[in-house]
Design a binder for this molecule. Sequence first.
Ligand code: SF4
Length: 476
Amino acid sequence: MLRSQVMAPPSPPLERYRALLAATATATATAAPARLREPGGGDGEGALPGELELQAAWFAGGFGREFTTTDGRRARVVQFGHWNRSAGPDFVDAVVEIDGEARRGAIEMDLSARGWEAHGHADNPAYDRVALHLFFEPAAGARFFTRTASHREVPQVLLDARTLGDAPRLAEAEARAGRCSAPLAGMPDSDLESLLDGAARQRAARKGAAFTAYAEAHGRDRALFAGVAEALGYRRNRLPMRVLAGRLNLKEVRAKGGEGLLFGAAGFLDEPSYDDAPPETRDYLRSLWESWWKRRDDFDPSRAPHWTFSGSRPSNHPHRRLAALALFAARWPEWRELCWAQPFDARGVRSFAASLTHPYWDRHHTLKSKVAPRPEALVGSARATDLLANIVLPARLASQPELWPVYRQLPAGLGNQKLRRATARLFGRDADRARTLLKRLYAQQALLQIYADFCLADESDCEDCPFPEQLAQWGQ
Ligand code: SF4
């Protein structure tokens, strides 16, 4: 919610779904603290996000902007600054107020307090201007002071990754009918309908709140750009796309040569890719290099995002996803106008996305692939719906709840493994009903929300999950 917007009161189904969640809050609060995941670590049980994800959450305003330092002072982030793309602290040109006194400088984030020394920041003059040191695990034993090479003490803030709220305690739950599948099977259609409506509204509201936090930190355009990038990253490359959109300024991506900047900063323009490229690709690569070579020294290659190239269809290769992002940037004024149009035209948003074409990428899957026999859409209808459901509509619903019927009408998106697990657990005994319900995207989103809120928070094989008992009261 931007300050200029007026928050709409929650609808009755949303209020009731939140009441369900509140009933589980005590169990969650007494749960053992989750472990932090080391960079490059797996998605093990109980793991919370890795360092880059935590940086992304910080930059997006996900931790808020007001804190208490470890020595009891008030810290307020006035400006989040820039996400650093060269050597040095993680965020630069930030402004932080400590007990009301403004300090301009950098912000460094480590998983643990002692990371400051372990990574050599204490002796590195590049960290002299750090104004705030963030970490998630305090130093064991005696209090640890963060000091720069010039012996200045840096205020410290201990963050709690669990406040991000999207950090389930389990990575996944078994795909088999859960204890709630019986009461759900016996639930009247109208009650089930309002339960799913409440859960879907909860999911959209959380996405809307995340959008608003980003917009308040960096402006609405950058929030939309980051959201589009993340949605285009699909499942496996959401984080690298978001990192890239955060580290690059929308203005510079829109400027001449912006496409080369995107591909270069992504790490896709190294020498071997040119040597390996088919002859017809070299002209295109040359055009990208023309702008990239002037900027490449501003980027530390070790900060290039890590991409996942396997497990997705050739037409969803990260090279194509990035090309699509460059096209959104190139036609930004038109796209922005459609997203905030009054009255809202969902069909217009989808046709815009589907209309994006590129002379090279319409017929190539990667920078190394041969010409495809026929053109393929850069943003298909499923991805266009995803943009509406995950970014555009949640951002608007916070102040315009009357748009909810538009959300409710969105056609189902492509299924995924998480959705299949959620369906098996909640509707294991009622597959026909699930099939009918899941023709709409809102029902898919609702299932995913219930799965995240209850199944991934349950460590008792359904035994202690309060959801089945609470269902009995839903219709009362
Ligand atoms: S954990 Fe709870 S919500 Fe999930 S399947 Fe079991 S009873 Fe249902």
